[in-house]
Ligand binder design. Structure first.
Ligand SMILES: [Zn+2]
Ligand SMILES: [Zn+2]
Length: 390
């Protein structure tokens, strides 16, 4: 996937945002039919012999077993760590899972391989970072944009905390595995991308009104990835190979934009804060978890309408010039029902009823979710201006 490195080469020198972007550590991106063979040669090139695979019951079935036997039969010393599900049947990136992966590692371990979706990546990313070892990403579904980012959201004592760790040294995704992913995971990946409408809007608003650091190149990169997804919605819905590759590329682009910028601003705004809030509530109440992107898609549609309804308040405290720009930012976000139509088209959850978020939780999260991160989103602005007028 040369295009990512080319993009970086083009923008690194020329970036106008004022900050120096650090070279992403991901040396190789391979999406295709031969990804696992290329993974094997990559390990040889890097001279990694002792490998620890991290997976769960499902991802072992779809890819783990294949990678394990391919490497084991080629002279590598492969160990595995199968992360168990909790009583609700969910694999969670929490203390227990982290210790589970740590126990499988040994002094000989040289590299970790995450075989799975977002959660398996978060566990592997965190543990490998703490052990000072690299990790390789093997995504089993195009379900989230975090494969190649640095952030590891970990549940600590039932609270979700994001740690800045490291990006994988390589990403190897087999197209057949991705195309066979369940429809709801494809829809979740699309939902995570759809969330960029409000995350980018929040970022631009926060930069304009609250002095948040901003990089137009990282924003553009994320916006282009979003547009590619919208442009291929039909092919993605059909799980056509081209559509799935477009979605995976978009998720990687979004992860890369975060990686280059050094923070999650391009890809995470009020819609992610709502989603994190719901997730923590579900954890507290021992409810079965929803897919990350599933929540983000639905919360994006909710918050899109909320921001538009509160337009007057968002404009009132700004200078005339800034107000004009905020109007443009708001107009760029599609209406909630347009976003829900996209989600339905891909075959995912579209409404709050679909994902079982009750009225009281909607209201509670709209009033409090901004406090999850210290970020100047429109959600924060609206809640804090309410406090000022009380
Ligand atoms: Zn996300
Ligand atoms: Zn920049």
């Amino acid at each position: 996937m040369e295009s990512f490195n080319l993009w970086y080469g083009k923008h690194r020198e020329a970036c106008t945002c004022g900050s120096e972007h650090h070279l992403a550590v991901t040396e190789r991106f391979e999406i295709g039919d031969e990804a696992f063979l290329l993974l094997r040669s990559f390990l040889s090139e890097k001279n990694y012999k002792n490998v620890l695979l991290v997976y769960d019951e499902n991802t072992w079935e779809v890819a783990g077993a294949k990678v394990f036997s391919l490497l084991n039969g080629s002279g590598f010393h492969v160990k595995g760590s199968k992360i168990p599900a909790n009583n609700q049947g969910d694999v969670i990136a929490n203390e227990e899972s982290i210790v589970h992966a740590l126990l499988a590692a040994s002094e000989e371990t040289e590299v970790f391989i995450a075989v799975g979706a977002g959660t398996i990546h978060d566990i592997t990313r965190f543990v490998s970072y703490k052990m000072g070892l690299p990790f390789i990403s093997v995504p089993t579904a195009p379900s989230v944009d975090g494969f190649n980012s640095k952030g590891a959201p970990i549940v600590v004592r039932k609270k979700k905390v994001t740690f800045q760790t490291h990006a994988p040294v390589g990403l190897f995704a087999d197209t057949k595995v991705l195309c066979n992913a369940p429809q709801e995971m494809v829809a979740a990946g699309f939902g995570d991308m759809l969330g960029k409408y409000t995350s980018l809007a929040d970022w631009r608003f926060g930069h304009l009104t609250g002095g948040e650091p901003y990089c137009e190149a990282a924003a553009k990169m994320t916006e282009e990835a979003l547009e590619a997804c919208i442009g291929h919605a039909r092919l993605i819905a059909e799980k056509n190979e081209k559509g799935i590759i477009e979605l995976m590329n978009a998720l990687i682009m979004s992860g890369l934009a975060m990686s280059l910028f050094g923070h999650s601003h391009p890809a995470s705004g009020g819609e992610h804060h709502l989603s994190h809030y719901w997730e923590m509530k579900f954890l507290e109440e021992d409810r079965k978890q929803l897919l990350h992107g599933e929540k983000v898609g639905v919360s994006c549609a909710l918050i899109a309408d909320f921001y538009k309804e509160e337009k007057e308040k968002l404009l009132e405290a700004s200078s005339e010039d800034a107000a004009k720009q905020i109007e443009k930012i708001l107009a760029w976000i599609p209406e909630g029902n347009v976003l829900r139509k996209y989600l339905k088209q891909i075959g995912g959850s579209a409404t709050l009823e679909d994902i079982g978020i009750e009225e009281s939780l909607i209201n509670e999260s709209l009033a409090s979710a901004h406090s999850i991160r210290d970020r100047k989103t429109m959600l924060r602005y609206l809640n804090e201006s309410k406090m000022r007028t009380v």
